[in-house]
Write a protein that binds this ligand. Structure first.
Ligand code: HEC
Length: 115
């Protein structure tokens, strides 16, 4: 087997691990795409820029759940103006990448850092 073939297979297997369920999600791209999100859903400390504003924790959340929530906000099935505005321009690929990133951030580590 050539190195190229091996890499392709390794890439495919990794893609399958991260696939949600059909798209190959890219957590590294998701981290960049999630920059605006962390202003509210701050991963490191869960401190929001608005102290009185309750924002659910998404770090460590299941990627499937995050994608489902974003699709529901985008379609308006889940009504929330702020999140509708945040989800409206996300493609399925963006959602999968962002979800892969948030899912890859350990909630325990962030909670410990916040102490
Ligand atoms: C201006 C603040 C703000 C920004 C920016 C923001 N969110 Fe949100 N987000 C919220 C609030 C508030 C809620 C709770 C809405 C509700 O009650 O349904 C929420 C809910 C969510 C949920 C559902 C969580 C759950 O437990 O059900 C997900 C997933 C989510 N946001 C992801 C994102 C992503 C991804 C981005 C960036 C593209 C983003 N948010 C940007 C404030 C924000």
């Amino acid at each position: 087997m050539t190195i190229k073939k091996r890499l392709a297979i390794a890439g495919l297997s990794l893609g399958c691990l991260l696939a949600l369920p059909a798209l190959a999600a890219d957590a590294a791209k998701g981290k960049v795409k999630a920059e605006t999100c962390t202003g509210c859903h701050a991963v490191a400390s869960y401190q929001n820029v608005y102290p009185t504003y309750n924002v659910p924790k998404v770090a460590g959340q299941h990627a499937e759940y995050i994608v489902a929530a974003l699709k529901a906000y985008k379609s308006g099935e889940r009504a929330h103006q702020t999140m509708h505005a945040n989800a409206i321009n996300l493609s399925d690929e963006d959602m999968a990448d962002i979800a892969a990133y948030f899912a890859s951030v350990a909630p325990g580590a962030a909670a410990a850092a916040a102490k």
